[in-house]
Design a binder for this molecule. Structure first.
Ligand code: ZN
Length: 200
Protein backbone atom coordinates (compact mmCIF):
# COMPACT_ATOMS: atom_id res chain seq x y z
CA UNK A 1 0.00 0.00 0.00
CA UNK A 2 1.20 3.47 -0.67
CA UNK A 3 2.56 5.90 1.79
CA UNK A 4 0.18 8.82 1.78
CA UNK A 5 -2.66 6.70 3.11
CA UNK A 6 -3.36 9.01 6.05
CA UNK A 7 -3.14 12.15 4.00
CA UNK A 8 -5.34 10.64 1.34
CA UNK A 9 -8.02 9.52 3.77
CA UNK A 10 -8.02 12.98 5.32
CA UNK A 11 -8.09 14.56 1.87
CA UNK A 12 -11.07 12.41 0.97
CA UNK A 13 -12.94 13.39 4.12
CA UNK A 14 -12.33 17.03 3.21
CA UNK A 15 -13.52 16.39 -0.34
CA UNK A 16 -10.07 17.00 -1.79
CA UNK A 17 -8.45 14.93 -4.47
CA UNK A 18 -6.00 12.47 -2.90
CA UNK A 19 -2.30 13.12 -3.40
CA UNK A 20 -0.31 11.05 -5.82
CA UNK A 21 0.96 8.11 -3.84
CA UNK A 22 4.48 6.73 -3.76
CA UNK A 23 5.79 3.25 -3.34
CA UNK A 24 6.10 2.50 0.35
CA UNK A 25 8.71 0.57 2.23
CA UNK A 26 7.60 -1.44 5.25
CA UNK A 27 8.94 0.79 8.00
CA UNK A 28 7.88 2.82 11.03
CA UNK A 29 6.61 5.84 9.07
CA UNK A 30 4.53 3.48 6.94
CA UNK A 31 3.17 1.86 10.07
CA UNK A 32 2.11 5.20 11.52
CA UNK A 33 0.68 6.31 8.17
CA UNK A 34 -1.51 3.23 8.03
CA UNK A 35 -2.70 3.61 11.61
CA UNK A 36 -3.47 7.30 11.00
CA UNK A 37 -5.42 6.21 7.94
CA UNK A 38 -7.33 3.63 9.97
CA UNK A 39 -8.02 6.21 12.71
CA UNK A 40 -9.45 8.62 10.13
CA UNK A 41 -11.43 5.95 8.27
CA UNK A 42 -13.12 4.38 11.29
CA UNK A 43 -13.34 7.69 13.14
CA UNK A 44 -15.41 9.07 10.26
CA UNK A 45 -17.69 6.05 10.05
CA UNK A 46 -18.30 5.82 13.78
CA UNK A 47 -18.90 9.55 13.97
CA UNK A 48 -21.75 9.16 11.51
CA UNK A 49 -23.20 6.59 13.91
CA UNK A 50 -22.89 9.07 16.77
CA UNK A 51 -19.99 7.19 18.36
CA UNK A 52 -16.75 8.97 19.12
CA UNK A 53 -13.81 6.75 18.27
CA UNK A 54 -11.12 6.47 20.89
CA UNK A 55 -8.19 5.65 18.61
CA UNK A 56 -6.39 2.52 19.72
CA UNK A 57 -2.77 3.03 20.70
CA UNK A 58 -0.53 0.91 18.49
CA UNK A 59 2.57 -0.65 20.06
CA UNK A 60 5.22 -2.26 17.94
CA UNK A 61 7.12 -4.75 20.04
CA UNK A 62 10.48 -6.17 19.29
CA UNK A 63 9.48 -9.81 19.37
CA UNK A 64 7.53 -11.27 22.32
CA UNK A 65 6.61 -8.93 25.13
CA UNK A 66 3.94 -9.25 27.76
CA UNK A 67 0.99 -6.96 27.11
CA UNK A 68 -2.11 -6.40 29.28
CA UNK A 69 -3.67 -9.28 27.29
CA UNK A 70 -0.76 -11.73 27.27
CA UNK A 71 2.32 -12.25 25.12
CA UNK A 72 2.60 -10.46 21.76
CA UNK A 73 2.95 -13.53 19.55
CA UNK A 74 1.93 -11.93 16.25
CA UNK A 75 -0.71 -9.22 16.56
CA UNK A 76 -3.57 -8.69 18.96
CA UNK A 77 -6.03 -6.10 20.15
CA UNK A 78 -6.45 -5.63 23.87
CA UNK A 79 -9.94 -4.33 24.64
CA UNK A 80 -9.32 -3.45 28.29
CA UNK A 81 -6.56 -0.99 27.35
CA UNK A 82 -7.78 -0.24 23.78
CA UNK A 83 -4.30 -1.05 22.51
CA UNK A 84 -2.95 -2.95 19.51
CA UNK A 85 0.20 -4.99 19.94
CA UNK A 86 2.35 -5.98 17.00
CA UNK A 87 5.25 -8.38 17.19
CA UNK A 88 7.42 -6.74 14.55
CA UNK A 89 9.79 -9.69 14.18
CA UNK A 90 6.88 -11.96 13.23
CA UNK A 91 5.14 -9.34 11.10
CA UNK A 92 8.38 -8.53 9.28
CA UNK A 93 8.66 -12.25 8.48
CA UNK A 94 5.15 -12.26 7.06
CA UNK A 95 5.87 -9.12 5.03
CA UNK A 96 9.04 -10.70 3.69
CA UNK A 97 7.14 -13.80 2.57
CA UNK A 98 3.97 -12.15 1.29
CA UNK A 99 4.55 -8.42 0.73
CA UNK A 100 3.79 -5.16 2.52
CA UNK A 101 0.05 -5.71 2.59
CA UNK A 102 0.54 -8.62 4.97
CA UNK A 103 1.44 -6.01 7.58
CA UNK A 104 -1.39 -3.69 6.55
CA UNK A 105 -3.83 -6.57 6.79
CA UNK A 106 -2.61 -7.46 10.29
CA UNK A 107 -3.10 -3.90 11.55
CA UNK A 108 -6.41 -3.43 9.75
CA UNK A 109 -7.68 -6.69 11.29
CA UNK A 110 -6.77 -5.52 14.81
CA UNK A 111 -8.46 -2.17 14.16
CA UNK A 112 -11.51 -4.25 13.27
CA UNK A 113 -11.57 -5.52 16.86
CA UNK A 114 -11.36 -1.96 18.20
CA UNK A 115 -14.36 -1.08 16.03
CA UNK A 116 -16.19 -4.10 17.47
CA UNK A 117 -15.44 -2.80 20.94
CA UNK A 118 -16.84 0.64 20.11
CA UNK A 119 -19.98 -0.90 18.62
CA UNK A 120 -20.51 -3.05 21.72
CA UNK A 121 -20.03 -6.25 19.69
CA UNK A 122 -17.26 -7.50 21.97
CA UNK A 123 -19.72 -7.49 24.88
CA UNK A 124 -22.15 -9.84 23.16
CA UNK A 125 -20.37 -13.08 24.09
CA UNK A 126 -20.10 -14.17 20.47
CA UNK A 127 -17.89 -17.13 19.56
CA UNK A 128 -14.31 -16.06 18.83
CA UNK A 129 -14.54 -17.32 15.26
CA UNK A 130 -17.46 -14.95 14.55
CA UNK A 131 -15.48 -11.99 15.90
CA UNK A 132 -12.37 -12.97 13.98
CA UNK A 133 -14.15 -13.34 10.66
CA UNK A 134 -15.88 -10.01 11.18
CA UNK A 135 -12.51 -8.37 11.90
CA UNK A 136 -11.23 -9.84 8.60
CA UNK A 137 -14.28 -8.40 6.89
CA UNK A 138 -13.70 -4.97 8.47
CA UNK A 139 -10.09 -5.10 7.28
CA UNK A 140 -11.51 -5.72 3.80
CA UNK A 141 -13.72 -2.64 4.15
CA UNK A 142 -10.63 -0.54 4.85
CA UNK A 143 -8.84 -2.00 1.85
CA UNK A 144 -11.89 -1.11 -0.28
CA UNK A 145 -11.65 2.52 0.87
CA UNK A 146 -7.92 2.47 0.08
CA UNK A 147 -8.71 1.10 -3.37
CA UNK A 148 -11.20 3.93 -3.93
CA UNK A 149 -8.49 6.40 -3.00
CA UNK A 150 -6.16 4.83 -5.52
CA UNK A 151 -3.53 3.95 -2.95
CA UNK A 152 -3.62 0.17 -3.38
CA UNK A 153 -0.78 -1.19 -5.46
CA UNK A 154 -1.26 -4.13 -7.75
CA UNK A 155 -0.84 -7.25 -5.67
CA UNK A 156 -2.02 -5.66 -2.40
CA UNK A 157 -5.40 -7.33 -2.52
CA UNK A 158 -3.88 -10.70 -3.29
CA UNK A 159 -1.29 -10.28 -0.52
CA UNK A 160 -3.89 -9.36 2.07
CA UNK A 161 -6.18 -12.23 1.06
CA UNK A 162 -3.25 -14.59 1.24
CA UNK A 163 -2.37 -13.35 4.72
CA UNK A 164 -5.94 -13.83 5.91
CA UNK A 165 -5.79 -17.38 4.60
CA UNK A 166 -2.33 -18.09 6.04
CA UNK A 167 -3.53 -17.09 9.51
CA UNK A 168 -6.55 -19.40 9.34
CA UNK A 169 -6.63 -22.75 11.09
CA UNK A 170 -8.57 -26.00 11.24
CA UNK A 171 -8.67 -26.25 15.05
CA UNK A 172 -12.46 -26.35 15.17
CA UNK A 173 -12.48 -27.65 18.74
CA UNK A 174 -10.12 -24.97 20.02
CA UNK A 175 -11.77 -21.96 21.69
CA UNK A 176 -9.26 -19.76 19.87
CA UNK A 177 -10.28 -21.06 16.42
CA UNK A 178 -10.07 -18.07 14.06
CA UNK A 179 -11.77 -19.61 11.03
CA UNK A 180 -10.46 -21.83 8.26
CA UNK A 181 -8.16 -20.36 5.62
CA UNK A 182 -11.08 -20.39 3.17
CA UNK A 183 -13.44 -18.66 5.61
CA UNK A 184 -10.87 -15.99 6.46
CA UNK A 185 -10.01 -15.26 2.85
CA UNK A 186 -13.70 -15.10 1.99
CA UNK A 187 -14.51 -12.81 4.95
CA UNK A 188 -11.78 -10.38 3.92
CA UNK A 189 -12.93 -10.30 0.29
CA UNK A 190 -16.54 -9.95 1.34
CA UNK A 191 -15.64 -6.77 3.27
CA UNK A 192 -13.66 -5.56 0.28
CA UNK A 193 -16.50 -6.15 -2.18
CA UNK A 194 -19.35 -5.07 0.08
CA UNK A 195 -18.42 -3.45 3.42
CA UNK A 196 -22.03 -3.67 4.59
CA UNK A 197 -21.79 -7.44 4.46
CA UNK A 198 -19.61 -7.27 7.61
CA UNK A 199 -22.73 -6.56 9.65
CA UNK A 200 -25.08 -9.06 8.05
ZN1 ZN B 1 -8.36 -11.10 15.61
Amino acid sequence: MKKQVAVSVLALSLGLFPLQPMQAAWDTPTLSAISNGLDAFWGGILQRLGISYRYPVVYSHQNVEITPCGPSLLAHYCASSNTIHLNMVQIDKLVERVGDSAGFFAIAHEYGHSVQKHLGILDQNLPIVVLELQADCLAGAFFAASEELGILESGDLREATMTAMMTGDYDYEHTNHHGTPEQRGRAFLSGFNDPKSCFE
